[in-house]
Design a protein around this ligand. Structure first.
Ligand SMILES: O=C(O)c1ccccc1N[C@@H]1O[C@H](COP(=O)(O)O)[C@@H](O)[C@H]1O
Length: 210
């Protein structure tokens, strides 16, 4: 089966079209003001409608309070919500039980211990997204982690690989980890927050050929 591809941090109709045309199965919309990829809710809703039925829409939030989380979900009605901060299993599990959204949790993988500790989300989320540890931002830093941490790991739930993936390294990342879904943001940009349609196409080509 071919790998699923998420292009995250999209903020224009042109780049949403480019991602879908290139074969992205998921597009990510970031609602987190400190990010250069932050999209306000009205724009996010328009991009979500544009993608409806063509790619799954993932709303990314970071440590948002219940009021903002509810407002964003109501406005966008994404297919999936990706929590990319220090949200607890209890908080995430509560959202998943009460709302009709698929739920993902990003985990910054520093070492084998973080991989073991990520088990606390099993049963609370639909997918774990393994990313590099947080730096200036909790994610979207264009930094890869040591993929050998995942080599041979027996995953107990669905998962995805993120962190510094580019058109040049995504095929190797898939081969080394067996990732069923790859996620990129910085790796398909010409500047922070500025997506490049040629890089999006190259990333999807490389991932699909791996
Ligand atoms: O993209 C962002 O600005 C962002 C901000 C806050 C949390 C996560 C963010 N992005 C996600 O981080 C990973 C890896 O990104 P990159 O490819 O290394 O730039 C990915 O899931 C992005 O969606």
């Amino acid at each position: 089966m071919s790998v699923a591809i998420k292009i995250c941090g999209l903020s224009t109709p042109e780049t949403v079209d480019a991602a879908i045309e290139a074969g992205a199965t998921h597009i990510g919309l970031v609602h987190f003001e400190p990010s250069p990829r932050h999209v306000p809710l009205d724009l996010a809703r328009e991009l979500r409608e544009q993608a409806r039925g063509k790619a799954k829409v993932v709303l990314l939030m970071v440590n948002a309070d219940p009021e903002l989380t509810g407002r964003a979900l109501n406005a966008i009605k994404p297919d999936i919500i990706q929590f990319h901060g220090s949200e607890t299993p209890e908080w995430i599990g509560g959202i998943r039980r009460s709302l009709p959204y698929e739920v993902w949790k990003a985990v910054g993988l520093k070492d084998a211990g973080t991989l073991t500790r990520s088990r606390k989300y099993i049963g609370k989320v639909d997918r774990l997204l393994f990313d590099a540890p947080a730096k200036k931002l909790p994610g979207g830093n264009g930094i890869a982690f040591d993929w050998s941490l995942l080599a041979g790991h027996e995953h107990e739930i669905d998962w995805a690989l993120a962190g510094g993936l580019t058109p040049d390294n995504v095929a190797q990342a898939i081969r080394e980890t067996g990732a069923p879904l790859v996620d990129t943001s910085s790796g398909v940009e010409s500047a922070p927050g500025v997506k490049d349609t040629a890089l999006i196409a190259a990333f999807c080509r490389a991932a699909l050929a791996a």
